[in-house]
Write a protein that binds this ligand. Structure first.
Ligand SMILES: Cc1cc2nc3c(=O)[nH]c(=O)nc-3n(C[C@H](O)[C@H](O)[C@H](O)COP(=O)(O)OP(=O)(O)OC[C@H]3O[C@@H](n4cnc5c(N)ncnc54)[C@H](O)[C@@H]3O)c2cc1C
Length: 527
């Protein structure tokens, strides 16, 4: 093949692009993976600063019946440890060790909301039911990674007996699609309790997804050396299989009629097949369809309109701390992956109507109004706290601890404040409040022990990985999604209206809950 011509070019070196590239290079294709950043991994990435290792995207990984079978299939050895989870409200913390921890969760909730004991039991019944569904979903080794042509034992003894149960379960799951907030309203009267159960999920998260989290807590694992080791391992595999990787190269144009890509230096690359594993709005904005048939062009324009009028899903604010205190002091309080709510009151309308009001009237409201809102938002929120050193002590200098404290954050607020010229001040105000709330509650040991700190906002995420609205997992749940997200048709989710162009980008809902999400012989790369 001439230079700069490839069987498949993959744009985006996040976990989706890396996975695609690893499989296709193993198949013997001439492939090129193009990544705009210096490093691959996207939101599956770790970095170090002053001897502290942090994870900049996802804090731990869920096997979800996919990652381990995939690693085995690709013959990749990754050293991993369990990443146990703790849950806490105010001064009560429970450790999620096994399924029996569900009883402790029940007691935790009843301690704070004794008048709602019956309702809590109702919710727990629902969680148990969903856990059974999850057992079916992950009940066999993921068929996508099995040799279905030759492994007759697997087909007849495992796959075929499992399929009817799977289809039945999918039906049940699809009926649990209502937003978790609405579902909880049908069971729980106390709005604070509803918030405490659901406020750390994305807005309008489908009930099945949210309620399945108790099972997923038990599924978390952590690669030794940090989450980014998974990306590094895939990168190594691609290179071993003869694939090419080009970093610091940003694709700025797709000429679909000529099967050509153009980068920021006007260098062109020719493909037979293209996998777009980066932001989809960007893809639709930079793709030219001029010489294609009118039918394809119309389909493309329809898809483009649909894509561009949609929004990326929720984003996140992360505060990174370098702390002069030993891991042991933190280990006594909670595991290295910790969901903590400092107040049992719950966010109420703080992150909904009150935030919407601020955004709609941004030009009219003054800074003080926003900071007063921020006080409440930080006091009542739920935090995901990750301490990489508690999972792998090599990740911190001796006697010290690195901590990441994060919460879901609204991209538009940061964007408007940036335009108004006081983003740095706003970040400082957030950091001050988060540190005060966390050190006045669960980690008093933080006081006076912080050596250095820095933060990533939704705007940092947008800048680094290029995802629209700083989204971390795809599309907002409260709008109709412009991509296929039904379990039963997930094999179609990689198709675009354009011939020889496929998409593989953030799609949490399918990814986490669908063992057959790669079930397409032709397109074996879906992650
Ligand atoms: C704090 C946090 C917690 C999370 N928790 C979970 C969780 O518990 N479970 C879960 O399943 N997921 C979770 N996620 C989400 C998960 O990390 C992402 O869904 C997943 O990593 C997305 O992978 P991706 O390859 O689709 O996209 P990305 O990681 O966004 O990768 C896209 C890549 O494309 C590159 N790129 C973009 N534009 C171009 C261009 N024009 N040219 C070349 N390259 C380009 C980017 O630089 C990037 O490397 C979390 C994310 C965060 C940030």
């Amino acid at each position: 093949m001439p230079e700069n011509t490839y069987n498949t070019i993959i744009v985006g070196g996040g976990i989706a692009g890396l996975t695609s590239a690893a499989y296709l290079s193993r198949e013997g294709q001439k492939i090129l993976l193009i990544e705009k950043n210096k490093e691959c991994g996207g939101l599956v990435n770790s970095f170090s600063r002053d001897g502290f290792h942090f994870d900049s995207g996802v804090r731990a990984l869920e096997d979800a019946g996919i990652i381990f079978p995939m690693l085995k299939d690709l013959n990749i050895q990754l050293e991993v440890v369990k990443s146990p989870v703790s849950l806490g409200i105010e001064n009560e913390i429970i450790q999620i060790e096994n399924l029996n921890s569900l009883n402790e969760y029940r007691e935790l909730l009843i301690k704070f909301y004794p008048e709602s004991a019956d309702e809590i039991d109702e919710v727990l019944k629902s969680i148990c039911k969903i856990m059974k569904h999850m057992d079916v979903l992950y009940g066999i080794e993921n068929p996508v990674f099995k040799d279905l042509k030759n492994d007759r034992d697997f087909i007849f003894k495992k796959l075929l007996p499992w399929l009817p149960k799977f289809i039945f379960t999918v039906g049940k799951i699809n009926r649990m699609n209502m937003p978790v907030e609405n579902y909880l309203e049908t069971i729980i009267k106390n709005p604070s309790l509803r918030d405490i159960i659901s406020q750390h999920f994305f807005k309008n998260t489908p009930t099945f997804f949210a309620m399945s989290y108790f099972s997923l807590y038990l599924d978390y694992f952590y690669p030794k050396g940090g989450v980014g080791k998974l990306a590094e391992a895939l990168k190594k595999k691609i290179l071993e299989c003869g694939g090419e990787i080009m970093t610091e190269t940003k694709i700025i144009e797709v000429a679909a009629d000529k099967s050509l890509l153009k980068d920021q230096n006007n260098i062109t690359y020719k493909y037979d097949n293209l996998i777009w594993a980066a932001d989809l709005k960007t893809f639709y904005k930079i793709t030219e369809t001029e010489g294609l048939s009118p039918k394809i062009k119309t389909k493309f324009e329809e898809a483009k309109n649909n894509m561009l009028k949609n929004r990326g899903g929720d984003s996140v604010f992360s505060l990174f701390l370098e702390v002069d205190e030993s891991l042991e002091s933190f280990r006594k309080i909670a595991h290295g992956h910790f969901f903590y709510t400092p107040s049992k009151l719950g966010l109420g309308q703080t992150h909904r109507e009150e935030l919407d009001y601020l955004l709609r009237n941004f030009e009219k409201v003054d800074k003080d109004h926003i900071l007063t809102w921020l006080d409440k938002f930080i006091r009542l929120n739920t935090y995901e706290i990750s301490i990489p050193g508690l999972k792998d002590p090599e990740l911190v200098p001796p006697g010290k601890t690195g901590i990441i404290i994060s919460f879901l954050a609204e991209y538009d607020l940061f964007s408007k404040i940036q335009k108004a010229g006081w983003l740095d001040e706003f970040i400082h105000e957030i950091e001050k409040r988060v540190l005060s709330v966390i050190s006045d509650s669960v980690y008093p040991i933080l006081k006076d022990k912080i050596i250095a700190h820095f933060s990533y906002t939704p705007l940092s995420i947008e800048n680094r990985v290029g995802s629209s609205e700083g989204a971390i997992t795809g599309w907002a749940f409260h709008k109709s999604m412009p991509v296929i997200n039904k379990i039963q048709s997930s094999d179609q989710s990689v198709l675009t209206p354009l011939p020889s162009i496929y998409q593989a980008f953030h799609d949490r809902k399918i990814k986490e809950h669908h063992p057959l999400n790669c079930n397409n012989d032709k397109i074996k790369f879906r992650f």
